[in-house]
Design a protein around this ligand. Structure first.
Ligand code: HEM
Length: 490
């Protein structure tokens, strides 16, 4: 089994390969090399001598994501229980999860998402206003983007300006974003030790009054408080026959009134925290990486801007977002090179035979086209490595080159993931619910920002890609930052 599969040497018994994987200033420095040497399935060492399987093979990843025998790890479950609550979609399983997804889905279809356009446009323009009033030679785009994506969730999902959610809730949200952007060796070791405890004990541990646990607990408290307030106010408005503003919660509440609906008010309230966390910095950081890439490559920036100006030329209010080849190739390339969750882990809850697209060699030189996974073994889904496979994305897969989506370089095979064969939104039963929301929001924000401003790198430019729960753009000190010179052009 896993022990007989080849993999890189481990530099330490305590940390195994985990620091090389999770604590480098540049994400993937080792991982992307390992996948070239050992292929799409190889063994690494976790903390305290544990064996883990790194998997970027698309057939194996699909199998894992679709198979209920693989669970998220107990530490992640305990963290989610604390921060997003037991009623959130991420913690539901089996039929209950399917029922909730089916009820939430109508608010995330392509048609539903199109209706959120006025809010996306308004918020994109508010970034323009802030950039116009900025006199500094360079500006950190991260807070501006993060603020705008938070506001879009508040307006589109909850139907109210973010200020109405209460200063304490918004302040805590900022703290959570900050806390989840940090990573340390102690944290990696703590997760490994905690992962050996039974789930019930882990859940109890989260009652300890640490800074992180307190912040997560408070976040969930505020989310529940605000979620119930919104539901009460919307129900009262509906009873008075007042029109709602088409926000996602109103649409969902409306559907609870239909006779055969299985959606309940507590189901809706239970999504408040998860939607805020899942939809804010995932999208904001992807956009920040996009602006950095454009600043690095003026030619690419010019060609994207030319397409945007041509589209604006016809009708400012009806930009044909889906018919803009360069814009969409750019977004696909962003999600390919900077998947918000580049690495995730799953634990086998029973013995499973894992199928592979390509056979691998054992340390004894035997070829295997399937792997016997034992109950309790940990698999790391190497999403970012899959998205750099030369066989899928071309020999220059390590390079940011959006035109690969237009010139036939990208391999068009079986569908993996919901969008462009990418796994940035994962796939299977727990595919990102908000992927269409995110893609449309990015289309609108990019058209506004790249159409109106040119972006360049400051003289003392230093941008890296670090992992801390999600991928972050960072400065020389490892802080989350996307410092750019911004010039108004339109
Ligand atoms: C670029 C932006 C985004 C990326 C890359 C992204 C990625 C992901 C990924 C990888 C997952 C699966 C997590 C796991 O199972 O470990 C996920 C789940 C989820 N995402 Fe997103 N996401 C993005 C934006 C959004 C937005 C804007 C929303 C909502 C407005 C959203 C809502 C959700 C929800 C509710 C889930 C949980 C689904 C379930 O467990 O059934 N996401 N997302």
């Amino acid at each position: 089994s896993i022990r007989n599969i080849a993999g890189p040497p481990s530099p330490s018994w305590i940390f195994g390969n985990m620091l090389q994987l999770l604590l480098l200033p540049r994400y993937g420095e080792y991982e992307f090399e390992w996948s070239k040497v050992y292929g799409s399935v190889y063994r690494i060492k976790g903390c305290l001598g544990q064996n883990r399987l790194m998997v970027s093979d698309p057939v194996a990843i699909q199998y894992i994501l679709n198979n209920p025998s693989f669970h998220v790890s107990p530490t992640i479950q305990a963290g989610m229980l604390l921060g997003v609550g037991p009623r959130s979609v991420v913690l539901r399983n089996g039929n209950d999860h399917r029922r909730l997804r089916a009820s939430l889905n109508p608010a995330f279809t392509a048609t539903a998402v199109r209706q959120y356009k006025p809010v996306f446009v308004k918020l994109a323009r508010s970034i323009t206003e802030q950039l116009n009033s900025c006199v500094a030679p360079s500006i950190d785009m991260c807070p501006l983007l993060s603020d705008a994506t938070l506001k879009s969730i508040s307006e589109v999902v909850f139907g109210c300006p973010v200020e109405d959610l209460g200063a304490d809730f918004v302040e805590h949200n900022t703290r959570i974003v900050h806390l989840t952007s940090s990573q340390s060796a102690a944290q990696i070791l703590f997760d490994a030790l905690a992962g050996r405890l039974p789930q019930w004990l882990l859940n109890r541990l989260t009652y300890l009054p640490t800074k992180t646990f307190n912040a997560l607990r408070a976040q969930l408290h505020f989310a529940n408080r605000e979620g119930w307030r919104l539901v009460r106010e919307k129900t009262e408005a509906a009873n008075l026959g007042l029109e709602t503003n088409g926000d996602l919660y109103s649409v969902l509440l409306n559907s609870t009134r239909s006779e055969n609906s299985s959606l309940r008010e507590e189901d809706i309230v239970g999504q408040t925290s998860v939607i805020m966390i899942a939809g804010q910095d995932t999208t904001a950081n992807t956009l920040a990486f996009g602006l950095i890439e454009l600043a690095k490559n003026p030619q690419l920036q010019d060609s994207l801007r030319a397409e945007i100006h041509a589209a604006l030329g016809t009708d400012h209010d009806n930009i044909p977002y889906d018919s803009m080849p360069m814009l969409n190739a750019f977004i696909k390339e962003l999600l390919r090179m900077y998947p918000a969750e580049p690495l995730t882990e799953r634990v086998a809850s029973e013995d499973v035979v894992l199928p592979l697209a390509e056979s691998i060699a054992t340390t004894a030189g035997e070829q295997m086209n399937q792997i016997h996974i034992r109950k309790g073994e940990i698999l790391m889904l190497a999403i970012a490595s899959y998205q750099r496979m030369a066989s899928r994305w071309g020999n220059d897969a390590d390079k940011f080159r959006p035109t690969r989506w237009l010139d036939g370089t990208v391999h068009r095979g079986e569908a993996v993931g919901p969008y462009a064969n990418l796994l940035a939104f994962h796939g299977g039963a727990r595919t990102c619910l908000g992927w269409r929301f995110a893609v449309f929001e990015m289309q609108v924000f990019l058209c506004e920002l790249v159409g109106r401003f040119s972006f360049s790198l400051p003289m003392d430019h230093f941008a890296e890609v670090r992992i801390a729960n999600t991928l972050l753009p960072t400065d020389a000190q490892g802080g989350k930052r996307a410092l750019l010179c911004v010039k108004h052009i339109l």
